[in-house]
Ligand binder design. Sequence first.
Ligand SMILES: Cc1cc2nc3c(=O)[nH]c(=O)nc-3n(C[C@H](O)[C@H](O)[C@H](O)COP(=O)(O)OP(=O)(O)OC[C@H]3O[C@@H](n4cnc5c(N)ncnc54)[C@H](O)[C@@H]3O)c2cc1C
Length: 422
Amino acid sequence: MMNSIPYWWRHAPPTPGKQQNVQSNCDVVIVGAGLTGLSAAIVLARAGKSVQVFDRGIAGAGASTQNGGILSGNLRMGLTASMAAYGPDRGLAMYKEAIDARRAFRDFVNAEGIKCDLQYNGRFTGAMTPRDFDGMKRAADEENEALGVDAQILERQDQNAMVGSDLYHGGIGRDDIGSMHPAKFYAGLLAVAINAGVTVHDNTAVLNVLDQNHVETLRGNVTADRVIVAMNGYADNSDAWLRKRVVPVTSRIIATDEIDTDVMARLMPRMGTFGEARYLGRYYRPSPDGKRILLGGRDVLVGANPAGAARRLADNVVAIFPELRGIGVDTHWAGQVAYTQDELPSIFERDGIIYACGYCGSGTVWAPWFGRKAAYRILGDERARSAFDCNPPKTIPLYNGRPWFLPFAIGYYGVRDWIAGR
Ligand SMILES: Cc1cc2nc3c(=O)[nH]c(=O)nc-3n(C[C@H](O)[C@H](O)[C@H](O)COP(=O)(O)OP(=O)(O)OC[C@H]3O[C@@H](n4cnc5c(N)ncnc54)[C@H](O)[C@@H]3O)c2cc1C
């Protein structure tokens, strides 16, 4: 019988804090208590601001404790394409910012002493075809030269040092991309926020973001100097404007049954993290104790048949590692990520309200980074500057907050991947 509680919640379940009165006035209101919201709150509280963070559920129970814990800081567009699309300076600056954001995550965990199984055991991105591999080699050379990263090209005959699978036609290794236990990290972040003096209100939805100074909540109206909206993939009608600009996409993960230690050592020799160079590529990793494989992918069929979707993910484990045929799914779960039209993480203002969102499924590094940037904006601190500063995203044509087109879009990208594999 498959369990549908996130695997991570066994070790650090999101737990409601003590209920506190909602203050009708404060310096900053933050809507959403995920990584974005709490990271903003910590900077502001440490700068002496009174901060109330509201979450419509239990704090952390959105994507921030459910994710795969892979610290990719990924951008969907490659370096060369970004430089072509946004100009050489800005395109390069985006990639440099990703390096800074990854480093900042690591520094924060170390500085705060958060115990979250942070590991840097190598990242392998596999090529699905020889042609993909050629493109990946070019991209790795460009990134090494322009950014000084250490992207290692692994020919097919050498990839077994990273992954015990013959599926890939070579791949790229990175040692600066790590992994963590997301629920343990969130618990540590929440403790830092509370120690800094942040008030977190669980189960207190913001019903309406009225303007840059006023919100209506389930437990009363609040006036603040500034408002930050950090709802990402869970944006609801409290901000109908945002809902027309950011598309929520369901992401589902499974954790397999336990696997023998010697088998795990063969399949994942460095116990690193894994991805694929495809639009709808899978991502996977070992659990921090090295006993299970966690594998995820986009899932548009969640309402229809979650257990079936979980079994399809198990089939994907077997497609990569055929010796695991018959492997059981211990648990599966799904959460919401958010995409903007240009598929870039975005920080922007609308009439003075600050928004940070749209991490396109790679938010473990980006969400804390943009949360802090949002706070620096309010503080007038020059660290607010970002290559991702942008105007509010445009509305998505024919979109009213219900992503009816997703099955078609995912089908389209699936077909593109399939054609690329021919
Ligand atoms: C299954 C899954 C796997 C993932 N794997 C990875 C990965 O391996 N690596 C990676 O980099 N990223 C991954 N991600 C993405 C990453 O988890 C997110 O990008 C990141 O957690 C976003 O943080 P956030 O704080 O912006 O949003 P969230 O953590 O989603 O928080 C938003 C919060 O807003 C609250 N909210 C919504 N409406 C209201 C309202 N009206 N009033 C009050 N509160 C409200 C919600 O309750 C929620 O708690 C994954 C996501 C999922 C779902």
